[in-house]
Design a protein around this ligand. Structure first.
Ligand SMILES: [Zn+2]
Ligand SMILES: [Zn+2]
Length: 588
């Protein structure tokens, strides 16, 4: 347009110049924009508000923040358009702190601002976690009735969710008349990040009933909530949605999908998702390696690691956690030692406490108790409770009372209220027949007022998550569930089940102990699964603690007697029960 005007020998006015600059901004034509500026200088238009604002906007949009800033400083009377142009420039560049600082400067000089300004600033507050300023903006917007503006309301929901103020975010969200995908995603990812995964899925269910389609951010958050809860059906819905809409599997989304399947114990599906990704990065490889490892497929995890190196993908420290987990869960001692050394020597990655924890676990499982003890003493960083607990649990399995006692002594000051430590040592005493000591340690635990963490199992049926606690009677079908448990116990007794009450309370007699272990949360969840799923269907549950010895041997027999595959994810790993056996080879 400008060229045409010049060619026709018509002198362009301020508006023509400003409009031309705006067009340059839209198509990111920085060079043309610069020559228009030179032209404006020649014509003496540089004092014009419209021309100046459009130039600031053009430079800011094209990423030349310095040039925008020079012009911005030259403007004497800065109107709201001028300020917004500059803020938008920082915003576009991801300079969140600059956005916030600029707004603070605006408040000092009492500069004018509007809803557009507040949308950018509120979003920036969320990004850098400035909840104080975010809160002020929220209160102001509320007072002025600005929250009726959808963009601003969305930005405030997002800001509150990112700052962890989920209940505030929810109140605003619930009051919105129309919500776009950004608002829904903000709530979902807020809940997921705050580890409130059930609420994340509940709100996602509400979203599915609307016309709004999920985007990448929504799906990644939903998948990670599903991974935490073991919500296979909901996660599969997301996967089928991606396929139905032929959405591209970006690295982030694909990695979330791999991680989700692996964490639900569906390792074949994780592999398929991995293979269908057009591009993978080291996080993708790491997710699958860790998934293989915790599903007891150590050798395959290590093969994957060597394919990763062949594909020239650099491993990270997290990759090595996966590799060491693979070695420890599959008892590959020599490989473990080799990878642990190679991590520093070949990749310059210094082991963190988690890596040491994996090594202690690996050597401990192999029964090399003295070596582990020595290894912990020689660690260059101070061992934490997790490291000592790994040694203690090795002592329980390998019946080493002396070092077990030492380990508990070390843990107690680090983690005084963890009931699991006392139970492990008590079980160690019991394993060598020192019943008095076993009882003593339980008594000590009671005297110190340390309560057992209640066992909790989650099971998903038809897309709904059900939660069971030990001795739970909250479920409306509680009576039927307990009847099913009794039937299960009778049936497996005929197949050779002998209750193991080592983990039961000690202050009751043997028959009560047997009843109490039969009401562990996973047994209730399995009974419910048997009642509610079609014959032959796989039962999947996740448990907050380690599976106890009794539940482990009972579940093996249930898988055989009822001809069901049962997949249990406990705090550390997966157990795939099938035909009376478990994938962990009774080593967990
Ligand atoms: Zn149990
Ligand atoms: Zn197992």
């Amino acid at each position: 347009m400008l060229d045409a005007a010049i060619a026709a020998n018509v002198c362009p006015d301020q508006h023509t110049i400003a409009n031309t600059v705006k067009s340059c901004a839209r198509i990111y034509a920085l060079a043309t924009g610069r020559s228009v500026q030179a032209y404006a200088v020649k014509l003496g238009f540089m004092a014009d508000q419209f021309v100046l604002n459009s130039l600031i906007h053009m430079y800011a949009s094209c990423g030349d923040i310095m040039a925008a800033k020079v012009l911005f400083n030259a403007v004497e009377e800065k109107g709201v358009v001028t300020w917004n142009a500059m803020i938008a420039g920082y915003f576009k560049n991801g300079d969140w702190k600059e956005v916030v600082d600029m707004f603070k400067g605006m408040l000092e000089v009492q500069a004018p601002f509007d809803e557009v300004t507040l949308v950018s600033v509120a979003t920036a507050c969320g990004k850098i976690g400035d909840s104080k300023l975010g809160e002020r903006i929220g209160v102001y917007a509320e007072e002025k009735g600005m929250v009726r503006n959808r963009n601003l309301a969305t930005a405030l929901v997002d800001m509150n969710a990112k700052c962890g103020e989920l209940d505030k975010a929810r109140r605003l969200f619930d009051r919105m008349h129309s919500r776009d995908v950004v608002a829904w995603s903000a709530m979902i990812s807020g809940y997921t990040q705050a580890d409130r995964c059930r609420e994340a899925l509940a709100i996602f269910n509400e979203m599915q009933a609307t016309e709004v389609n999920p985007n990448d951010i929504t799906m990644v958050s939903v998948l990670s909530a599903c991974a935490v809860l073991g919500a296979l059906e909901t996660g599969k819905w997301v996967h089928s949605y991606i396929r139905r809409k032929a959405l591209s599997l970006t690295v982030v989304l694909g990695t979330a999908l791999v991680d989700f399947y692996a964490k639900c114990g569906c390792i074949e599906d994780a592999v398929k998702a991995f293979e269908s990704m057009p591009v993978r990065n080291s996080w993708t490889w790491t997710a699958l390696i860790k998934g293989m490892a915790s599903n007891g497929r150590g050798r395959e995890a290590l093969e994957l690691f060597s394919s990763m190196r062949k594909a020239n993908i650099e491993p990270t420290d997290v990759t090595f956690i996966g590799v060491l987990l693979a070695c420890s869960h599959s008892c590959l001692v020599e490989e473990g030692r080799r990878h642990f050394d190679s991590m520093t020597q070949d990749y310059g990655i210094h082991p963190r406490i988690e890596h040491y924890g994996c090594m202690v676990d690996l050597l401990g499982r192999a029964g090399l108790i003295d070596e582990v003890h020595q290894f912990i003493r020689n660690m260059p960083i101070v061992p934490n409770a997790v490291v000592w607990r790994a040694l203690l649990s090795a002592c329980t399995v390998h019946k080493n009372v002396e070092i077990g006692e030492e380990a508990l002594k070390q843990i107690t000051p680090l983690d005084p209220n963890h009931s699991g430590n006392y139970i492990l040592l008590s079980n160690t005493y019991a394993s060598v027949g020192q019943w008095k000591d076993a009882a003593m340690i339980r008594k000590e635990m009671n005297e110190r007022g340390i309560k057992k963490i209640p066992g909790c199992s989650l099971i998903e049926l038809d897309g709904t998550i059900f939660e069971f606690f030990a001795e739970d009677s909250d479920h409306p079908q509680s009576r039927e569930i307990y009847e099913k448990v009794d039937e299960m116990i009778e049936n497996i007794k005929m197949a050779g089940y002998v209750p193991n009450t080592a983990d039961a309370r000690l202050d009751v007699d043997e028959s009560e102990k047997q009843v109490s272990v039969s009401h562990h949360s996973e047994k209730l969840a399995i009974a419910f699964g048997l009642m509610k799923s079609r014959p032959g269907a796989t039962i999947r549950l996740s448990k907050n603690l380690r599976v106890c010895v009794d539940c482990h041997s009972a579940t093996k027999l249930i898988s055989k007697v009822y001809n069901r595959e049962i997949v249990v994810r406990d705090r550390n790993r997966f157990h795939h029960f099938k035909d009376g056996l478990c994938s962990c080879n009774d080593y967990w």
